[in-house]
Design a protein around this ligand. Structure first.
Ligand code: ZN
Length: 149
């Protein structure tokens, strides 16, 4: 039976960090939808050709995918928090440093395992084998919505 090494006030701090991040994402999702509706009105339907419309739509869908994915990570972290496993590394089961958790509450890896995975990813990338094996590890919460890549 795993139990958290964190005390109640630390857990509370993580919980509120996760909840405010969650609220921020939901607000972003709403305002990006609102923005694109305004853009429609400004430009006027007649001047938007089909390909423009299509690319605007796919940008939005991608944005929502990204937000959905981040929301999933946040919900997972909240579940781990309630289960008392949020500070337990999913690779080595060692406790994750509290300061690291506070900076990135959605992380599931201790710093050692994170560094290790990044090294593996870099090796994969340089050998051109990226995307064949594992999942891309990315526990960074972006400060702003991702730009159109
Ligand atoms: Zn670890």
């Amino acid at each position: 039976m795993l139990s958290s090494m964190l005390d109640e006030s630390q857990l509370q701090q993580l919980r509120s960090a996760l909840q405010s991040e969650r609220a921020r994402l939901l607000r972003n999702a709403q305002s990006s939808l609102g923005l694109s509706m305004n853009r429609d009105l400004d430009v006027g339907r007649d001047s938007i050709d089909e390909s423009t419309q299509e690319s605007m739509l796919s940008t939005e869908l991608r944005l929502r995918d990204r937000e959905k994915w981040l929301l999933g990570k946040i919900d997972g972290a909240l579940e781990r928090l309630e289960a008392g496993t949020i500070d337990s590394c999913e690779d080595c089961a060692e406790p994750i440093d509290y300061r690291r958790l506070l900076a990135r509450p959605v992380t599931t890896l201790c710093i050692d395992c994170k560094v290790e995975r990044e090294r593996e990813e870099m090796a994969l990338e340089s050998s051109g084998a990226r995307g064949i094996g594992g999942e891309i590890v990315d526990d960074h919460l972006p400060e702003v919505a991702p730009s159109d890549e």
